[in-house]
Design a protein around this ligand. Sequence first.
Ligand code: BTN
Length: 270
Amino acid sequence: MGFALGPLALSAHTRLEAFESIGSTNAEAVSRARAGERGPLWFVTDRQTSGRGRRDRAWQSPPGNLAASILEVMDVAPAAAATLGFAAGVALEGALQAVSVEARMRAAGLDAIRFALKWPNDLLAGGRKLSGILLEAEPAASGGLAVVVGIGVNVVAAPEATMFPATSLHGLGIHVGAAELFTALAEEWARLKALWDNGRGFALIRKLWLERASGLGGEVSVRLAEATVSGVFETIDDAGCLVVRTASGERVPVSAGDVYFGAAASVGAA
Ligand code: BTN
């Protein structure tokens, strides 16, 4: 295991609980919030047995992959809390950039891999899913909103036969461990969470996110529960919705759905 927090996380009074194996770090964080924990507290492991993904999907976390959730009770409205996932994406991209540059310099002096953020809460490497983020929130009994941000990274292995193709850091030739990546992630999280500033700093987070966005300005299809919206991925708005400019010129903000880009946009629309 060997998980540890760095100086920035510690100076933000963050604590850490590490597990050899656990069902789901998000489930643990939610249950601890219900028992009165207010955080900020990281739950981390390199093996989950019943990891959960967005839209009630399962998330596979075999031994060696990173699964981490941060719990914090905040004085924010649910709509503002929803924008925290974008700060998590930017933090994760920064952490991956830092560890991969170091790992690649150690290995062979190769160029760093480019990572991109995919709306709403995925991170891609070479167009494949490397990481997913799951945000959960509920009112805390003692007041405020208990917010859990769960982050899973395919460090040593990626699942096969998934809806979107996946990859892992080791598969990309980036030989870092879950513990090294976690420390970098918790440091970047402390930095981005401070910039987010209970939602008041979302304009800056949004700008940072858009600079790292996948598919911006290109063809997109967003498959919703009952329909599909297709057009050009114009931006994300100040609520974090993906804005699609349709062929008729209409701007349609979408708050949830599966996103397909480029040639796959027509598949998504099928
Ligand atoms: C997704 O892409 O669907 C989101 C996946 C989120 C997975 C992480 S792993 C750590 C945390 N614990 C969980 O059970 N899920 C999140």
